[in-house]
Design a protein around this ligand. Structure first.
Ligand SMILES: Cc1ncc(COP(=O)(O)O)c(C=O)c1O
Length: 234
């Protein structure tokens, strides 16, 4: 998790925090000896429950949390076509209601979230043990944070070759994400020149997401680690 306490310190009555915890369901950060969950810092907090997320539905779904009553009331109106009561449209809203099948699935999976996150941490632990001596950069976790490894992202030099070698073995490696926000065509109007964000640009060329999830076993991690060792020897 980010250093949210620092972000909180610069907010005031006219600046609110909208926290996006979509890749951190269940992650925690300790502040002044107290453990806080991702999605509890902002006035409004968002969780995507897209199927690949740590708390994933069977299709599109998402959650918004807030402790501010007026926001809660307003959000309920907006998600229901702007209706404050049946047939009474007090606002211009959207159709953003979570369908009930997804709600049932998410309720069930919510009870397993902590366990699944622990299993992800165990998978991460196996990766750390197997990869620590290799010529690559492993993810780091600040002492105050409990990571939930939505992704296990490493940095490597010869990404293309590694991806190809894994592909030959039937394993798809992903990149989260290959293109930076300002490099997308829809933001061309901002006219942001190459090298404006040199660190982000460099890192986006080196990152690689290894297979990660509570379903993985030690032998899966061993196979990935062995392949990675071979790829780095090229
Ligand atoms: C950090 C983050 N925010 C927002 C989103 C968007 O979520 P959704 O597609 O459920 O609207 C995602 C999805 O990938 C995400 O990872």
């Amino acid at each position: 998790m980010a250093e949210v306490e620092k972000i909180k310190n610069i907010t005031n009555k006219s600046i609110s925090i909208i926290e996006d915890a979509s890749q951190a369901h269940g992650a925690t950060r300790e502040i002044d000896g107290i453990s806080f969950k991702a999605g509890s810092f902002g006035q409004i907090n968002c969780f995507s429950c897209y199927p690949t997320k740590n708390l994933g539905a069977l299709g599109d779904a998402g959650i918004v949390t807030t402790n501010v009553e007026s926001y809660s009331n307003q959000l309920k109106i907006i998600r229901n076509h702007g209706q404050s009561s049946r047939g009474q449209h007090t606002d211009l809203g959207h159709n953003e209601k979570m369908d009930e099948i997804q709600a049932i699935v998410l309720n069930e999976k919510l009870s397993m979230l902590d366990q699944h996150n622990s299993m992800r941490r165990e998978v991460a632990h196996w990766y750390f043990e197997a990869l620590q001596s290799l010529d690559l950069t492993l993810p780091m976790t600040e002492n105050l944070n409990v990571h939930t490894y939505h992704q296990f992202v490493i940095k490597v030099r010869n990404r293309k070759k590694i991806i190809q070698l894994f592909k030959d073995e039937g394993i798809n490696l992903a990149i989260h994400y290959p293109q930076l926000i300002h490099q997308h065509e829809c933001l061309n109007d901002l006219n942001i020149k190459t090298n404006k964000f040199p660190n982000a640009e460099k890192i986006s060329q080196e990152i690689l997401s290894l297979p990660m999830g509570p379903h993985l076993h030690k032998n899966d991690v061993d196979k990935v680690s062995t392949l990675l060792k071979q790829a780095l020897e090229f």
